[in-house]
Design a binder for this molecule. Structure first.
Ligand code: ZN
Length: 137
């Protein structure tokens, strides 16, 4: 896959998620952390769901985690994903205590199990956008 042939829908960064995507471009994983109570949250959003504070900080994340769940899709819901089938989507419990969903890379679907150690890696989709992917730890 090269940036020139990338034909999938792209997530549009917004005011809340821009720091996440900017870090992704640098192949760094960052997570939002509440500036009032310290609770980590993901996906990026303006309000802490624990204390309702809008005081937001960003923290570097390890990228380490374990498989929480997964699904294997044999149907492309967008033409751009036809070449990726079967598409393995993994939900990961990150060590920081939040969950993240991304496509698997180099993970044998037959070997997937809950608790499998994995890590977040980075895949440059376009010149302006890097997407997280999940690889074996
Ligand atoms: Zn909070």
């Amino acid at each position: 896959m090269t940036a020139a042939t990338y034909d999938k829908p792209l997530p549009p960064p917004n005011e809340e998620s821009r720091p996440f995507w900017e870090a992704m471009k640098e192949h760094r994983l960052v997570l939002q952390k509440c500036g009032a109570c310290g609770k980590v949250r993901h996906y990026p959003r303006p309000v802490c769901d624990a204390c309702f504070s809008m005081d937001t900080e960003w923290m570097e994340a390890s990228g380490k985690g374990q498989v929480h769940s997964w699904t294997i899709s044999h149907h492309a819901f967008h033409p751009g994903f036809k070449g990726d089938l079967p598409l393995v989507l993994v939900i990961v419990d990150l060590d920081e205590g939040v969950r993240m969903c991304a496509q698997a890379r180099d993970l044998d679907p037959e070997g997937l199990r809950i608790g499998l150690p994995v890590r977040v890696d980075f895949e440059d989709a376009t010149d302006d956008l890097t997407l997280p992917v999940i690889r074996p730890a």
